[in-house]
Design a protein around this ligand. Structure first.
Ligand SMILES: C[S@@+](CC[C@H](N)C(=O)[O-])C[C@H]1O[C@@H](n2cnc3c(N)ncnc32)[C@H](O)[C@@H]1O
Length: 311
């Protein structure tokens, strides 16, 4: 694929056409990926949406159903794809992914090795980070998973940036052809210590490795192996705390004079909009911010290490 075509694929400032993948967004926690077809129809609780009315509209458009309900049509960015992809395995989420890309020092043009591919959640972001001239070589020993991942990369327009291989990386290591050639390696494997010696051989001098493990015992074992030829070994747990910020009407007490007996003498009345108000109080609008209850807890530990240069 030519760089200009690639830029077009990765650009979000373009118009929707037949064959495009769009993210149909209802709310931050209700969205799905839909392929636009000439006679396609989307039906949800808001009514029926005809794809033909989407064609030619820019990504980000608000579109209406036959009943006047609406959804937004968003570009399939790696951030949104991670939220809608089909989970064939456990996946990495945005907080870990962002941290991985930063600490693996990935930029356009980098060559990255990954195993296992899993559902391709991380791979999608790696691909965008190395575009347009770099490449991600990702390996999974599960043939069907590898093949479904390939299909997903085609849907999201990343085929030219990602190659999926079927290989037992813990048993056989990475293919020799990558020796001393790659900028970064990412491992999401059950026994990463088995793949670390091979990963070390693949890295350029000064290259960085990251291993994701859900259990601290796996981290300890990996660190023992890393010590043999890596330096700057560090482990992180990334915890994300999201907030809900909204305007709310509150009642403030006017006649509060203090003292236990007088405190909050309430007489409930109905206001014109039907809500309860209290005599002696006034309403005011204020902005409330509270942590979301659905906050994701522990996902895993990220261990980073830099290949030691042998003089
Ligand atoms: C948790 S998933 C990876 C998820 C991925 N990081 C993502 O964000 O979608 C782990 C994957 O490693 C693969 N795997 C396990 N052992 C492997 C091995 N020895 N060689 C290659 N892949 C392996 C599994 O098939 C599985 O797909």
């Amino acid at each position: 694929m030519l760089p200009t075509e690639l830029e077009k694929k990765l650009s979000f400032n373009r118009f929707i056409s037949v064959g495009d993948l769009v993210i149909v967004y209802e709310r931050h926690d209700v969205m799905k990926a839909v392929k636009v077809c000439e006679n396609g129809i989307l039906q949800n609780r808001f009514g029926v949406f005809k794809h033909e009315s989407w064609i030619g509209k820019p990504f980000g458009s608000k579109v209406f159903s036959n009943k006047g309900g609406f959804v937004y049509l968003l570009a399939p960015t790696p951030e949104l794809w991670t939220l809608v992809l089909s989970h064939r395995t456990q996946i990495l989420y945005i907080a870990d992914i962002s941290f991985v890309i930063m600490y693996l020092e990935i930029f356009p043009g980098c060559i990255v090795l990954e195993s296992g591919t899993g559902s391709g959640s991380l791979t999608t972001s790696l691909a965008r980070a190395v575009a347009p001239t770099g490449h991600v070589y990702t390996f999974d020993f599960h043939e069907q998973r590898a093949s479904l991942a390939r299909e997903d990369f085609a849907k999201t327009g990343l085929t030219s940036l990602v190659t999926v291989g079927v290989r037992d990386i813990q048993g056989e290591g990475f293919p020799d052809e990558f020796t001393g050639w790659v900028d970064s390696v990412f491992l999401d494997l059950p026994q990463p210590w088995l793949a670390i010696p091979s990963a070390g051989r693949m890295l350029k001098e000064d290259g960085v490795l990251c291993s994701f493990s859900p259990c601290i015992e796996q981290v300890q074992r990996s660190c023992e192996t890393l010590k043999t030829c890596f330096t700057d070994i560090r482990t992180f747990e990334v915890l994300l705390r999201s907030f809900e910020v909204r305007e709310e009407r509150l009642q403030s007490w006017q006649n509060y004079t203090g003292g236990a007996s007088q405190k909050f003498r309430k007489k409930r009345q109905r206001s014109s909009d039907g809500s309860n108000v209290v005599e002696g109080s006034a309403t005011c609008t204020t902005v409330l911010a509270k942590p979301c209850s659905e906050g994701r807890g522990h996902t895993g530990y990220l261990t980073f290490a830099r290949l030691r240069c042998v003089p």
